[in-house]
Design a protein around this ligand. Structure first.
Ligand SMILES: *[C@@H]1O[C@H](CO)[C@@H](O)[C@H](O)[C@H]1NC(C)=O
Ligand SMILES: *[C@@H]1O[C@H](CO)[C@@H](O)[C@H](O)[C@H]1NC(C)=O
Ligand SMILES: *[C@@H]1O[C@H](CO)[C@@H](O)[C@H](O)[C@H]1NC(C)=O
Length: 489
């Protein structure tokens, strides 16, 4: 039987075994193909009988060729005389950066069309699309390099295709031009978060294939939508699907972060995010009355108690406890008062006052989570004080990926990075969340890693950038990692 057709990847999705074509010919073909809207009939089979969220979604996907990474009109793309001018890897990266996958309307179709084109150009890879969008088609692209022993758990290389907004007026260069300065610094939204990872995976695979490397384990490169909006229609749906179960993932690499120093960082877990709102209710009355137990007074009692608890956490960190093993709690908003068209009124006491908090629970100290839940009920928002609370988000406290000799994936990763001539810091817990949370909750070893050192972290910030030389140096690091993971048996 053809390996491809045994694959659970083939159920309900598009799969193609590709052969190598030259990049030029491919680009020309894409230009022709994608300037035509994909006929709806092509999608009819795919959605036939499928329920939304069942690994299929509402097609069709449109991508105009000009939206696949060409510089937009008026876009200046480079200073003169950069060492990296014309480097094909750098050019492919910059094209991906120019594809407008910024929220609130990320162009997933063009990102996926572009990446599929690259996979087809590399050759010998299978590609397929799935979507879990309920009303919008939100394609994932899965690029598969089949190993010689497809029965073994596979390697997952994940990255998200969406990026956060960028207001061009604050940037040194247009965030969607991928301008390259003379020293090779490329400025673009997504340069660090995380189109660098997305392209590193494919460039490493291109190199390994060129060197005739043959993987034992199957490698799946997954391009995910909606990570930046913590989307249910993104990775969370994907890991709950039959599709994902069929992939039998043994270990995963996901987006990491830039580090300003020489030595790389690996994250093995993250704090769970709880977004808490507490609200106090009281009688509304005239400002001249010394009301007891009014809404604002009761909220202040809670605030005092919360800030006292917060101080105990700060004290722990000040005493030298690693802050990745301590919870954090930060006040994020206050809301109270009676307003008119001209602003707050000073002589009415409001019926209601609320406050918001961002709480992060370390997986290394889950007991702090239990303490906090208890405190919310007894001191921070007790019913007896006419208070209520609500979680806008309540992340499960995840399992952390084990980083000692009992986890062979850790040893393989560490050695692959060190053997590529780089240094590595002790594994960390991330303060922000990523898609790999969903993998760790399923006890799959997951490492957040970006091969980006000597770079100022500007994730979600102004002037997000990556130097072309740093980017190019990351490719062999991923070659080593993919080689090590996919050869392990
Ligand atoms: C780029 O190089 C050319 C040829 O060497 C030179 O004439 C030009 O002045 C250089 N441009 C800049 C901005 O340095
Ligand atoms: C709770 O609300 C009731 C009704 O308005 C009021 O009588 C009581 O004093 C309030 N209790 C506290 C502790 O705020
Ligand atoms: C993951 O491992 C933990 C600890 O061994 C176990 O309690 C939990 O049920 C496992 N979860 C899954 C989804 O397998």
């Amino acid at each position: 039987m053809d390996r491809g057709s045994e694959s659970p990847l083939l159920d309900g999705g598009r799969s193609t075994r590709t052969k190598a074509v030259s990049w030029l010919r491919l680009s020309a073909a894409l230009l022709v193909l994608t300037s035509i809207v994909v006929p709806a009939a092509l999608w009819a089979n795919r959605s036939h009988g499928a329920l939304p969220g069942d690994g299929d979604g509402a097609g069709p996907c449109h991508c105009k060729a000009s939206d696949m990474g060409d510089p937009p009109p008026g876009c200046i793309t480079r200073s003169e005389n950069s060492t990296y001018d014309g480097n094909p890897l750098v050019e492919r990266f910059r094209r991906y950066l120019r594809i407008r996958t910024d929220h609130p309307e990320p162009n997933y179709c063009c990102a996926v069309a572009y990446l599929r084109g690259i996979a087809e150009d590399i050759g010998g890879l299978e590609t397929m699309e799935v979507s879990y969008g309920k009303s919008t088609y939100k394609p994932f692209l899965i690029v598969t390099w089949r190993g010689t022993d497809p029965g073994l758990p596979s390697i997952l290389l994940n990255s998200h295709t969406d990026v956060v907004q960028a207001d061009p007026s604050n940037w040194r260069h247009d965030p969607f031009c991928a301008f390259m300065e003379e020293n090779g610094d490329i400025f673009a939204r997504g340069a660090q978060d995380c189109k660098d990872s997305g392209m590193h995976y494919l460039e490493a695979i291109r190199e390994l294939k060129r060197k005739s490397f043959v993987p034992v384990r199957t490698i799946h490169v997954v391009y995910t939508p909606d990570e930046e909006i913590a989307g249910e229609e993104g990775f969370e749906s994907f890991v709950a699907s039959e599709q994902f179960r069929g992939m039998n993932v043994g270990v995963a690499i996901d987006e990491g972060g830039a580090t300003p120093g020489d030595s790389f960082r690996v994250f093995r877990g993250e704090k769970a995010a709880w977004w808490l709102t507490i609200t106090a209710f009281g009688k509304s009355c005239h400002g001249s009355v010394m009301l007891q137990n009014g809404a604002i007074e009761n909220l202040i009692k809670s605030m005092n108690s919360i800030m006292a608890y917060r101080q105990t956490l700060l004290d722990l960190v000040a005493a030298g406890v690693d802050d990745s093993s301590v919870a954090s709690i930060s006040p994020t908003y206050l809301s109270a008062g009676v307003t008119t068209a001209t602003g707050y009124v000073s002589n009415i006491q409001p019926e209601q006052a609320s406050a918001g908090f961002d709480i992060r629970i370390s997986p290394l100290a889950p007991e702090e989570g239990s303490d906090i839940l208890n405190l919310i009920k007894t001191e921070w928002a007790p019913k007896e004080r006419n208070m209520s609370y609500e979680f806008l988000q309540f992340g499960e406290t995840e399992v952390v990926t084990v980083v000692d000799d009992s986890n062979p994936w850790w040893s393989l990763l560490k050695n692959a990075i060190l053997e590529s001539g780089h240094m590595l810091q002790e594994p960390l817990l991330a303060s922000a969340t990523s898609d790999s949370r969903n993998l760790r909750l399923r006890n799959i070893s997951a490492f957040n890693f970006a091969a980006v050192s000597n770079t100022i972290d500007r994730v979600h910030g102004v002037d997000e950038y990556l130097n072309a030389g740093i980017y190019l140096a990351g490719v062999p690091v991923f070659e080593n990692i993919i080689k090590a993971f996919s050869s392990f048996s």
